[in-house]
Each structure stands twice: as C-alpha cells, then as structure tokens.
Design a protein around this ligand. Structure first.
Ligand code: FAD
Length: 307
C-alpha cells in the first residue's frame, strides 16, 4: 500500500523523477514516486556522453543504478500511470490512477512532473533491434559523434528533417535526406542549403525500409540508399497533458514553461526533464530535477523559516 499523503508526489521514474526522489529522500522528505515504466533512457543502447562512465553505459543499466540508489533511501517507484491530476479545495494536488473498479489516489501540496517525451518512430521494421544495433538513432546531440565518417540517412516527413541533416553534416560528409511521405518535400530554399552543405537528398518517397546486418536500406523509386545509421526525424509527443489540464502553459515547442526553480505556471506543480525543455539529455534532466527538488524542499518549510 502506498503513502496516500506524502510530502511530494513525483510522477515519472526516468532519470529526472529518480533524481528528484533521491534528493527529496535525502532532504528527509517523504516522496511518492509513481512510474508508468517506459523511460526513454531505457532504450539507449549505450550512452557515451553521460558524465562518469568512460566506456559509456547502457541506458537500462543507468536507470537500474538510479533505482537502486533511490531504493537504498527508502523510495521505490510504484508502477502506476497517472491519468488525472486535480486541485482540491484545500489547495493540495491529487493524482489518481488505475481502472474504474480499483481507482487509487494520493494527494500532496507539491507535485513534480517528470513524465518525459516520446519519439515518433519511423516506419522501420524491428525498431527496438535497430535501436540497440545503432542502425536507428533519434538524437544527434547524444550520438552524432558515433557517426563520424559514416553514411547517415535522415528519415523524415517534415521540414525539421532538413535542420537535422545539416546538423549531422558537421560529423560526416555522407548524409542523405530521405522523405517517407509525399505530403512534404524540401523547398527550393531547403535544396539550396542542402546543396551548399554537401548533403544529398532523394526526390522519390521511400517505398520500404529494411534492416539487415546492422544497416538500413531504403528503397525509393527505382533505386536504393544503404546507410550505416538512419536518424528518425518525425517529432515527439511531450507528456504535458496532466499539467495542461490544470492550466499549465507550454512554450511554442510544446514543453512546459517553468521558472528558474522548476515551478510551472501552476503554483505547487513543478517539472523536470524532457517534459519541460528541448535539450533532451540525461545530464539536463537530472540537473533540473535537483533544482526543482531543492526548491520544493524549501517550499515545504525549514525550521525557523518565514512563511
Ligand atoms: C535512442 C535514444 C538514445 C538516447 N541517448 C542519449 C544519450 O546518449 N545521452 C543523453 O543524455 N540522452 C540520451 N537520450 C535522451 C534521454 O533518454 C532523455 O533525455 C532522458 O531519458 C529524459 O529523462 P526523463 O526522466 O525526463 O524522461 P524519461 O526517461 O522518458 O522518463 C519518463 C518516465 O515517466 C513515465 N510516465 C510518463 N507519463 C506518466 C504518467 N502519466 N504516470 C506515471 N508515469 C508516467 C514514463 O513511463 C517514464 O518512465 C536518448 C534517447 C533515446 C530515445
């Protein structure tokens, strides 16, 4: 049975939520950590840019270490997908989850939302295998370095793919832009920029994609393009819905707006990680979770502090 009246409810148990829970536990607070169990980090084959691991670390292993550390401080994630967050008459926030015949809830003065974001996948078979083999990637900031000198395809159905192709050109001169829908094509201006940067593009729409021997082959028209790695550039869903239902503001990219302490525009509702900023990185998620947890600790009150 969970604590129904914790000091803080943390929603989401990826790097941001686990860091916040750890900090709060070490501040001698009682956090309740609720997690739907699908951290983006658990899909990382091996992160090589998270500080502290010279040989890199698989994302699932990093999350397991973070869970162990939180567990050693008495906080274990409760498997739960919160589907409702509401303000109660006394000003506290209530989170609810579970099926209609077995609803559960908890309430607290403060909630920290760390629900992350999800990538829209490309129409590629064997997605998880492709990710684990490094044949499919999503995040040039994370792993563009791993593509130096390799042949890289950008799969896209919208203008954002052009920017991603130009970004990756910094790492390799073998970049090809591939479109998966005839609803979008690079404009003349896009083509001029791609040509000036030495990025190839294929006019025909991709008919099929094949994963074979750690490589991805795209068939289009009468031809095909074979790549060491493809990046999927199809956008993301940012999991803000619990916050926006309470009136929280998002920026023009869909991320929750927060103040420098991590508080959203809804008093008492904080956010950390991919749900509230576009530099989707573990170091950033853990950093702003630490900031938000510290602010909540102070807001809960310290001995002798002015109200
Ligand atoms: C393939 C891949 C490779 C990457 N490589 C790197 C890398 O090398 N370096 C790097 O820094 N970053 C990398 N990233 C990005 C990194 O994974 C994210 O920035 C990081 O996981 C963000 O942490 P988070 O805690 O904000 O969100 P997440 O890790 O996504 O965790 C969010 C959690 O909230 C839960 N949740 C969502 N909604 C609810 C709800 N309603 N109720 C309860 N729980 C909920 C989810 O199930 C999930 O467990 C990579 C991402 C991908 C996909």
């Amino acid at each position: 049975m969970h604590d129904a009246t914790p000091d803080v409810i943390v929603i989401g148990g990826g790097p941001a939520g686990l860091t916040a829970a750890l900090y709060l536990a070490r501040f001698r607070r009682r956090p309740l950590l609720l997690d739907g169990g699908n951290s983006r980090a658990s899909h990382i084959p091996r992160s090589r840019n998270y500080p502290g691991f010279s040989a890199g670390i698989p994302g699932a292993e990093l999350v397991a270490h973070m869970r162990q550390q939180a567990d050693a401080h008495g906080v274990s994630p409760i498997p739960a997908t919160v589907d409702r967050l509401e303000r109660l008459p006394d000003g506290s926030l209530r989170a609810s989850w579970g099926p209609a015949d077995a609803r559960q809830s908890a309430q607290a003065r403060f909630v920290l939302l760390a629900t992350g974001a999800s990538d829209h996948p490309p129409p590629l078979p064997h997605l998880e295998q492709a990710l684990q083999e490094g044949a499919l990637r999503y995040c040039p900031v994370c792993d563009g370095f791993e593509t130096v000198g390799k042949s890289v395809g950008i799969l896209t159905d919208h203008h954002g793919g052009v920017g991603e192709a130009l970004y990756l050109r910094h790492y390799t001169d073998r970049v090809t832009l591939l479109r998966t829908s005839d609803a979008w094509a690079p404009t003349d201006e896009d083509r001029a920029r791609l040509a000036a940067a030495g990025v190839r593009w294929v006019d025909e729409v991709v008919d099929s994609l094949r994963l074979w021997d750690n490589r991805v082959t795209a068939r289009h028209g009468g031809g095909e393009t074979s790549c060491d790695t493809v990046y999927g550039a199809f956008g993301m869903t940012v999991h803000t819905e619990l916050a926006t239902a309470l009136g929280a503001e998002c920026d023009r990219h869909g991320y929750l707006v927060t103040d420098p302490h991590g508080q959203t525009t809804v008093p008492g509702l904080y956010a950390a990680g991919d749900v509230c900023q576009g530099l989707n990185q573990i170091a950033v998620a853990t950093g702003n979770a630490a900031v938000a947890a510290s602010a909540i600790h102070r807001a809960l009150g310290l001995p002798g502090a002015r109200a």
